[in-house]
Design a protein around this ligand. Structure first.
Ligand code: C5P
Length: 223
């Protein structure tokens, strides 16, 4: 029988990526990071100098990007490729982070990326993380989770991640990264950041990755 789809949504820094990757690994499902796709479009927009608030320009741009997931069998890691190029090294740049919510508000971009995301999910079971997976992209997913965490914990996590990556961010940039982006994601008209009906909410503030996974597996086994 077909493998299940698992949708994981939540605000920035709630711990979605780590947990989603780990869960996919354990259940042998494909891991799909949809944020990386919005970041990739943003990266190309910046690179080609287009106005990220201009829908027509974004429309032309996004239609020219072919997304594919490339699995490196040795490590098992799946990497997002755009037009045959691995763009992952550029997706965490400050400029991409500060512009991505604007790009993600564009209807044309959301429509196009959701189409790819559903296609990725059709092949086999996925653990897909993002903002609108349980609500819009995979409303029929067998399991849905909405992860939250206090702002303080999210800030600390992000600081640690960035330090480990050797990146220096000012307080202001970090605050944008977490609060402003979430606010834009919550307020947009199409595919806003929102708990899907029936999604299991997990507050990750005081939980380790292992504990979050355990909670998910409980619901996975019991469903
Ligand atoms: O998950 P990540 O923080 O990398 O996502 C970057 C941005 O991409 C989000 O802040 C949001 O604006 C956008 N995004 C989205 N819908 C998704 C995933 C990401 O709008 N499903």
């Amino acid at each position: 029988s077909r493998k299940p789809n698992i949708a994981i949504d939540g605000p920035a820094g709630s711990g979605k990526s780590t947990v989603a990757r780990e869960l996919a690994d354990r259940l042998n499902l494909l891991y799909v990071d949809t944020g990386a796709m919005y970041r990739a479009v943003t990266y190309f927009a910046i690179k080609s100098g287009i106005d990220v608030e201009n829908e027509a320009e974004l429309d032309a741009l996004v239609k020219d990007i072919r997304f594919s997931l490339v699995r490196f069998t040795k490590s098992g890691t799946v990497v997002l490729w755009c037009n045959g190029e691995d763009v992952s090294p550029f997706l965490r740049e400050k400029e991409v982070s500060s512009q991505v919510a604007k790009v993600a508000a564009a209807a044309t971009v959301r429509k196009r990326l959701a189409w790819y995301q559903r296609r990725f999910a059709r092949t086999d079971g996925v653990v897909m993380e993002g903002r609108d997976i349980g609500t819009v992209v995979l409303p029929d997913a067998e399991y849905k989770f909405f992860l939250t965490a206090s702002l303080d914990v999210r800030l600390k996590r992000r600081e640690k991640e960035l330090r480990a990556a050797g990146k220096s961010w000012t307080r202001k940039e970090l605050c944008y990264e977490l609060t402003y982006r979430d606010e834009m994601d919550r307020k947009r008209e199409i595919g806003p950041l929102k708990k899907a009906p029936g999604a299991v909410v997990i507050d990750c503030t005081n939980l380790t990755v292992e504990q979050v996974i355990e909670k998910m597996m409980e619901s996975y086994g019991g469903g």
